[in-house]
Design a protein around this ligand. Structure first.
Ligand SMILES: NC(=O)c1ccc[n+]([C@@H]2O[C@H](COP(=O)([O-])OP(=O)(O)OC[C@H]3O[C@@H](n4cnc5c(N)ncnc54)[C@H](O)[C@@H]3O)[C@@H](O)[C@H]2O)c1
Length: 464
């Protein structure tokens, strides 16, 4: 029976009622999301600042020592139905997400430090907190990594796998995944490793066949991050990329993702400066204000900053950070406003600051009749404090995607662009960078997979 459309909703399948959704999953006309039963294994590549801040944070929340601030999956709500319905359940009560108590962490690193030692070295969380978590964190010991300093010039790891070729290394990672799978019910892999050198897609990346031949010949075009990603996708495991590395942004791994129902998404956590850019730029554009220049600079002193001090790794980060403005402003559509935009990004390694990055933006804008104005943004942020909840949410949503029949075999999960500096899209589609469009897309995807009505914010019926 057709229901009256509410608040610009497109009719979906059933009329939602919050009491009908639970973490046990729900049958809808379109699909049945499988329940989040049992343990979710999280395999983290790179147990550095972001990874250990996420893992420590999850454990602190589980013990009631702190709140999961910054995590949409843990604190966010989702409106269902009309504005007057007063029906906004927590996202985690609406969709069947894995519970924090069910997360089990393991990982790889090029150094032998356990998660406690690594978190202490990263100096993100206070020692009082880390001391409380020590017995738990000490048990998380990294497995030997797939690493080659050709791809990350500033690091020289000692805790690394040896193999006769890159195929052999991929098989060792697959063996690690299979062993871990025996101890948990489902697995997600997330790259929290360093930024690799800038790479463009080549012939070896164009098909699964070419990629596998490349593994056999240890082709230089295949970076360590791609070996992990290949292993994950071969094992049907969703793969998240927190760094700007090329990794799965190639036809071969998109194809493998679809073939093995192992979801992938874009790359590079959207946390500090780019988060602000994708908030401010849509505001200027919405009001048709012009922008002639956007100068962004950063100082940071953590290991990530040290790696990015190498021009080859910086180039990878720069490309990822540059993209957002170009796509948001659409200069070809609005030449009077944005065609002469000068966009410059700098990252400076400055050890005294550690993880407490400082970012400055100077934005030269112009308004009515071309009169110039300026906006200055000074963000004193904490890199890993911003990144940890993003990493956690991506893990939980990718596990959800894997359990959702309609999503698991489509490859790229564009609805997760919300979290990423470089969204990945289907061929021929431009990426959507505007944070608010991304947020709507994410929530509408959740409504859709749960059979709830989509919300378009039309709302004319309130004035009938
Ligand atoms: N913190 C943020 O706000 C943020 C935002 C976007 C992206 N990132 C990206 O996330 C990644 C992690 O950042 P971080 O601050 O934790 O850096 P980090 O240097 O503290 O941690 C990276 C870890 O990865 C390890 N590693 C490097 N190559 C590896 C490999 N091949 N296999 C296994 N381990 C490997 C390193 O030894 C290190 O322990 C970086 O690429 C960074 O650019 C961070």
């Amino acid at each position: 029976m057709a229901t009256k459309k509410k608040d610009g909703q497109k009719s979906g399948a059933a009329k939602p009622g919050a009491d009908r959704f639970s973490s046990e999953g729900r049958e809808t006309a379109a699909t049945k999301v499988a329940p989040a039963k049992g343990k979710l294994g999280v395999m983290v590549v790179g147990l550095g600042a972001v990874a250990t801040t996420m893992i420590s944070g999850v454990e602190a929340v589980r013990r009631g020592l702190a709140k999961p601030i910054g995590s949409l999956t843990q604190m966010g709500t989702i409106r269902l139905g009309k504005r007057t319905d007063d029906n906004s359940p927590l996202i985690k009560d609406f969709v069947p997400l894995a519970r924090l108590n069910d997360l089990v962490f393991t990982g790889w690193d090029i150094f032998e430090d356990n998660a406690y030692e690594s978190a202490s070295h990263a100096q993100v969380l206070k020692s009082e907190m880390l001391t409380k978590l020590k017995p738990y964190l000490e048990k998380i010991k990294p497995m030997p990594a797939v690493f080659d300093s050709y791809y990350v010039k500033r690091l020289h790891g000692t805790h690394v796998k040896k193999g006769k070729n890159k195929r052999d290394l991929a098989e060792q990672v697959m063996a690690d995944i299979r062993a871990f799978k025996k101890t948990v019910d489902r697995v997600v892999m997330i790259w929290c490793g360093s930024t690799e050198i800038f790479m463009r897609p080549k012939a070896v990346h164009q098909s699964i066949e070419a990629f596998e031949k490349g593994l056999e010949k240890s082709d230089i075009g295949i970076a360590p991050s791609q070996i992990y990603a290949y292993a994950a996708l071969m094992e049907g495991v969703p793969f998240v990329n927190g760094a700007p590395n090329l990794t799965v942004d190639i036809p071969a791994l998109v194809e493998l993702s679809k073939k093995n129902a192992a979801p992938i998404c874009g790359k590079d956590f959207k946390t500090g400066q780019t988060l602000m850019k994708t908030v401010l730029a849509p505001a200027f554009k919405a009001r048709m204000l012009g922008v002639s220049g956007w100068f962004s600079t950063n100082i940071l002193g953590n290991r990530d900053g040290e790696v990015l001090d190498d021009p080859m790794s910086f180039k990878t980060k720069e490309e990822s950070k540059l993209g957002s403005l170009e796509y948001i402003f659409q200069p070809e559509m609005y030449p009077d406003l944005y065609k002469d935009l000068y966009h410059k990004i700098r990252i400076n390694y400055y050890p005294p600051r550690g993880d407490e990055k400082e970012a400055w933006d100077n934005i030269d804008i112009f308004g009515w009749l071309g009169y110039p104005m300026q906006l200055k943004v000074n963000f004193l942020c904490r890199d890993s404090i911003l990144a940890a909840p993003v990493a956690l949410d991506l893990v939980l949503f990718m596990d959800l995607a894997k359990r959702t029949p309609e999503l698991k075999s489509i490859g790229i999960q564009e609805w997760l662009s919300f979290y990423l500096k470089s969204p990945q899209t289907a061929k021929g589609l431009y990426p959507e960078h505007d944070l608010f469009i991304q947020s709507m897309k994410l929530k509408n995807t959740l409504r859709h997979i749960m059979g709830a009505d989509l919300i378009t914010h039309l709302g004319l019926e309130y004035y009938d």
